[in-house]
Design a protein around this ligand. Sequence first.
Ligand SMILES: [Zn+2]
Length: 692
Amino acid sequence: MPTNNYFQIRHVLHTMFIILLLTACGRGPAPDGPSATVIGDKVVTEAIEALITLHGEEHRARIERGVSQSASLWREEDGDNERFLAFCREHFIAEQDELDKTFARFEHNIMLISGYLTELRRDLNIPLHLDTGPILPVDALFGQFSPAVHMLDDMFNTKLAFVAVLNFPFSTLNERIEQGQEWSRRQWAETRLAQRFEARVPSSALQQATSAYSAADNYINSYNIHMYRVLDEAGQRLFPEGKVLISHWGLRDELKAQYAEADGLPRQRMIMRIMDRILRQEIPAAVINNPDLDWYVEANTVAPADAPASEAKAAEREQDTRYSIWKNIFLGERAVDTWTPLTPTHIARRFDRGREMTEETVEELLVSVLSSPLIADVAERIRTRLGRDLEAFDIWYPGFKARPALSEADLDNIVRRRYPTPQAFEADIPNILRKLGFNPVMAAFIADRIGVDASRGAGHAMGAGRLSDKARLRTRISPTGMDYKGYNIAMHELGHNVEQVLSFQNIDHTLLRGVPNVAFTEGFAFVFQSRDLEVLGLRGGDATAESSAVLDVLWSTYEISGVALVDMRAWRWLYDNPDATPTQFRDAVIDIAKDVWNSYYAPVFGMKDIPLLAIYSHLVKVGLYTPDYPLGHIIAFQIEQYLKGRNLATEMTRMCAVGNVTPDLWMVTAVGQPISTAPLLDAAKTALQITQ
Ligand SMILES: [Zn+2]
């Protein structure tokens, strides 16, 4: 079965990971920037000659490379020329056995340092992330407390970073792409070690970025709409008391759920209108997260809760906070730019360094889906099934998902009985894993390394810090137990967690822990999420259901590819207009969203100038992360296709042991072909012939 149909993406990129990315970007200080090096060519030559005299001509290549790398990062505060020469003499390692031991020590200690910092940050964030009672004002401050931002400085100040840089090689993305296939595992691990120290970003710059991400996270996590307080033009309430939806996921998921209701259309249109008010920032600031005000959405007026409509008055709109928050992330990243000359923008860091795929490659993949002629055929199917013309929110049409003959309420009951608490879900993980094909030993091994917590936000998965630590699965669980939506998300997060455990605990080099980029971990998350009903014992796949699910993946990929393009263009706009006001940025994003709509959606939907794609909260809070969602679908589809007729557990275990190499190399090793949309588009073509 191909992948996630429900499309509930809950992956939160932990700030720690962003820091790790930041610390590993670029190659050396800018020649004229604040980081200009102090070691001249003459001293470099002198150091090289001295080391060759000491160790022999046969080490020339390593010596030349190591000394040049170290000199490119050496600054005045690191010491004078004599200090540099002495450092090179003392720390260049020629003898293989000592080099091996030193490498192993680095690998182990970096696992510890990164691990403790991850754990510290995670634990300080517990009051913000977990449902542990009221948040205190100091909790937000602890949320911003981030000793990890000093890690790189400390590594250079202690000269540890210089020892790594003197002895292990830097590489370019081109070299990794072109030569990586021939490298040994140890060479790959050395590459990842050296990459950590390619750029020297000062903690002040990292701190600004971290604070911006943390502020954005808090802003989004408390952006709730009290739906009972929402009134239509006739003054009617469309939603039951107590329904609180977070933007945009909660709103979007409610919109999707309303397809199952005979009278759902007015509610869907209302949600669409609310989204439009939010992204245009016309929403009254006072109704956000507020149960005490009635909101007449069309008139855009507010009144005290349950007061007569005649008391409704215009209220101050949200003053483009959404775009100000997003722009602050840009400003935080721009403070980093100066220090990463080889990846001098956040865009370059996200693509060349983070994803190790070029922006052009990713855009080509997205456009190949967006512009596929198959999309019009799928849209025609949706039109027929709905019995009406498409509306813009039908980008979230969920009807291709194979559903059991059970209502959401029945599913809620089944899941609530099974998982009344986070502990109940945690205790059932070995059982879930066995149902997915893991043998009892492996299931227990993995389950022992995953803990489950009740989250405040929508949910996320957080990898372990050290080898002795557990991955955490965070999901929203109400006092009455886990509902189906929460379970569906929990299965998604469990996919992340199992990948996190296997690609860390079960790998030859912890420096190669993880997967090539976050799209791959989304891939496994979708694989798990798509089997949620199967795990409940509720579905057996048949050919029609499978074909239908292929169309669902295509439609979901089509939807989110547009969001990703908006994200990419918005960031390009920010770099072109760094001094824009939040209001100007808002207008630009709305224009960009309309342009993307007009290019790829208007021909299919028959309506123009819809800015809906800009509603995604990830745009605001994660800084160019959304391209990973369509990549996740594409990659997950390739993995799923490969897994057909094979054992998920065996194959996933094997794939996760590949670790953090380049995306195409990983994919070739895992499924025998590079990343491509062809398998998805080919399968969709066939599916269109089978599905009605
Ligand atoms: Zn995810």
